[in-house]
Design a protein around this ligand. Structure first.
Ligand code: ZN
Ligand code: ZN
Length: 370
C-alpha cells in the first residue's frame, strides 16, 4: 500500500528543477485555458475572490508574469529582434522561475493556484503545426501548382462542386475532418498518455537510466507504426466497417495532402491507438510525442498525389507513395506503406505494372468464382 502510494506521488521527467524539492503538495492547481479574448482574466477575476470568501488561500499566476523575466519578455516582444529559440528560452525561464518561487511553494502551503494558461496549449500547437506542415504541401503543389502536373499520378485536380464531399468541395471536406476529428483525437491520446506518465501509472524511462533502449525504441516506432497501420487498415476494409467508417477516407479517389487525415472519427481512434503501446512498453514522453507526430504528419506526404516534389533550389525530393495512391485507385491492394513488406508477404502488393494488374484481376476472379 505504502509503496503504491509513494509510487503515485508527483514526479519530474528526468531531473526537473534539481534545486527544488517537491515533497507533499496538498494544494490544488486550477488552470484556465483558451485563446486571446475568450475571457480568461474575467473568469479568474471572479473565481479568486469567490474562493477566498469560501476560505481558501489563493495564488494567481500566468504566462510571462515572473518578476525576474516579465520586463525582459515585454521588451523582447516589442523589439521583434530575437529569434524564436531565444523567445522560447525566455518563456521557459519565466515558467521555471514561477514554478520554483511561486507555484510549488504555494502548492506546498496548501494554496489554490490559479494559472492563466498552462499546458493545454498543446491542442493549439498540434493544430497550428499540422496546418503549417500540410498546408505547405497543399499551397505549393495545388494552389500555386508550382510543378504543374509534372510527376503527378493523374492530371486531375481536387474535386470542386462534387456532392460526395462536405461543402461540395474536396479540400474543405478534408480539412474539416482533419481539424474537427484528427486533431482532437490526436491531442486526447497525447494528453492522457503524458498525464499517465507524469503520475507514474505507466512505465516511464529517462534517457539517463536507459540510453540504449531510448534510441532503439525511437528507431522501432516507425516499424511498429507500419505493422499497426497495416492491421488496422485491413480491419477497416472488412465490408461492414468499410461501409460505416473507412469509405469516408476512400471518397478521395484522387487524394491530395489534406486527404491524409480525412478519416471518420472511429478510424482516427483506431489509427492513433498505436500510441497505446507506450502504456505497456517502458517509454519516455519524447517517444510518445514523436510517435503521434509521425502518425499525424506522414499521411500528408503519402497522399500528396505526386511522385516527386521539386524543391526551391531545383532539387527533386522523391516522396514515393505511389503505392498508396494505387490503394485509393484499386482499394484491395497496398494496405501498408511498404516500410515493412507486409503486402508482399500477404500477396496484396501492387507496384503499378501490368503484371501486378493481372495478379489483382486474377484475385478478383477467383473470389467471384469461389
Ligand atoms: Zn489513404
Ligand atoms: Zn483503405
Amino acid at each position: 500500500m505504502a509503496a503504491a502510494a509513494a509510487k503515485r506521488s508527483k514526479t519530474w521527467y528526468g531531473h526537473g528543477l534539481p534545486y527544488v524539492t517537491m515533497g507533499n503538495l496538498p494544494g490544488h492547481l486550477i488552470v484556465i485555458e483558451g485563446t486571446d479574448g475568450v475571457g480568461r482574466s474575467t473568469q479568474i477575476e471572479r473565481l479568486s475572490p469567490w474562493l477566498e470568501l469560501e476560505g481558501w488561500a489563493v495564488s494567481n499566476t500566468g504566462w510571462t508574469r515572473s518578476p525576474l523575466l516579465s520586463e525582459t519578455i515585454n521588451e523582447a516582444k516589442a523589439g521583434h529582434e530575437l529569434t524564436t529559440t531565444t523567445m522560447s528560452l525566455l518563456y521557459a525561464a519565466d515558467f521555471a522561475d514561477r514554478m520554483e518561487h511561486q507555484i510549488i511553494p504555494a502548492l506546498k502551503a496548501g494554496f489554490i493556484v490559479i494559472a492563466d494558461r498552462y499546458m493545454y496549449t498543446v491542442f493549439a500547437r498540434n493544430a497550428v503545426m499540422l496546418f503549417l506542415f500540410v498546408g505547405a504541401f497543399h499551397f505549393a503543389l495545388y494552389v500555386k501548382q508550382r510543378q504543374g502536373t509534372r510527376y503527378k499520378h493523374t492530371n486531375r485536380w481536387q474535386a470542386r462542386d462534387n456532392p460526395v464531399f462536405l461543402f461540395r468541395n474536396q479540400v474543405l471536406d478534408n480539412m474539416f475532418w482533419t481539424f474537427a476529428s484528427a486533431v482532437p483525437v490526436w491531442t486526447a491520446f497525447e494528453v492522457v498518455t503524458l498525464w499517465l506518465m507524469a503520475n507514474q501509472y505507466i512505465p516511464t524511462i529517462t534517457f539517463e537510466s536507459n540510453p540504449v533502449w531510448f534510441v532503439v525504441l525511437m528507431l522501432l516506432i516507425p516499424l511498429f507504426r507500419e505493422v499497426h497501420f497495416y492491421l488496422v487498415h485491413r480491419l477497416i476494409h472488412w465490408p461492414p466497417l468499410y461501409r460505416a467508417v473507412h469509405s469516408l477516407h476512400h471518397k478521395n479517389a484522387n487524394p491530395g495532402p489534406w486527404s491524409g487525415l480525412a478519416m471518420h472519427p472511429v478510424e482516427h481512434v483506431l489509427y492513433f491507438s498505436g500510441v497505446l503501446v507506450h502504456w505497456i512498453v517502458p517509454s519516455h514522453p519524447l517517444h510518445v510525442i514523436f510517435h503521434l507526430q509521425h502518425l499525424a504528419y506522414a499521411p500528408a506526404q503519402g497522399h500528396n498525389g505526386f511522385d516527386k516534389v521539386k524543391l526551391r533550389n531545383g532539387a527533386e525530393m522523391s516522396v514515393e507513395h505511389y503505392t498508396h495512391y494505387l490503394h485509393h485507385k484499386y482499394f484491395e491492394v497496398n494496405y501498408g506503406d511498404g516500410l515493412v513488406p507486409l503486402d508482399k508477404l500477404f500477396g496484396t502488393f501492387h507496384d503499378g505494372t501490368p503484371e501486378a494488374d493481372e495478379a489483382l484481376k486474377r484475385r478478383r476472379r477467383s473470389r467471384v468464382a469461389s
